[in-house]
Design a protein around this ligand. Structure first.
Ligand SMILES: [Zn+2]
Length: 163
């Protein structure tokens, strides 16, 4: 298993951590070949989001507070690939078509299918195509989450919105 991914799962909203772990375990089971899945981003602070928004070239259309990442309710992925078979997963791949484990299904789409089975939305289905992105809304729109955040309705233990 991938240590950075395990650490990042712990940054998700408390209500999503267990499910994200289940999803990750299913992904590990499904990808049997040269590729592993890594969660590159989960929680992003408002400040981190603004920095990405202001980056050139622009990485995101969402400012701080406008992304489900800012509430610990989104996950970005990449496939990490051991091309030379030396046990080190040294190459990042965002290719949605590669079938690294040779089971006739693209590894990326295997991951998508697992997330969807748990009710997560996939950015690859959007008009603003965002293939690495998955989110689970917790039943709240971004506007509702921003309003809650403005009222500082936060969970004291975790610092996340108390939803
Ligand atoms: Zn994302």
């Amino acid at each position: 298993m991938d240590k950075p991914t395990l650490d990042r799962i712990q940054l998700l909203h408390p209500k999503l951590r267990e499910e994200a772990m289940q999803i990750y375990l299913e992904i590990c089971d499904a990808l049997k070949g040269k590729a592993m899945c890594r969660f590159t981003y989960t929680l992003r602070t408002f400040a981190e989001q603004d920095a990405l928004f202001n980056a050139k070239p622009q990485v995101t259309k969402a400012r701080g507070g406008q992304s489900y990442h800012n509430y610990g309710a989104a996950i970005d992925i990449v496939l990490i690939v051991d091309k030379d078979g030396d046990g080190k997963f040294e190459t990042a791949s965002w290719d949605v078509k590669s079938d690294f484990d040779g089971d006739g299904k693209s590894d990326w789409m295997e991951v998508v299918a697992i997330f969807k089975r748990y009710g997560w939305e996939w950015g690859g289905d959007w008009k603003f195509y965002d293939a690495p992105h998955f989110q689970k809304t917790l039943g709240y729109s971004i506007v509702q989450l921003q309003a809650l955040h403005a009222k500082q309705i936060t969970n004291k233990q975790w610092g996340y919105l108390a939803l």
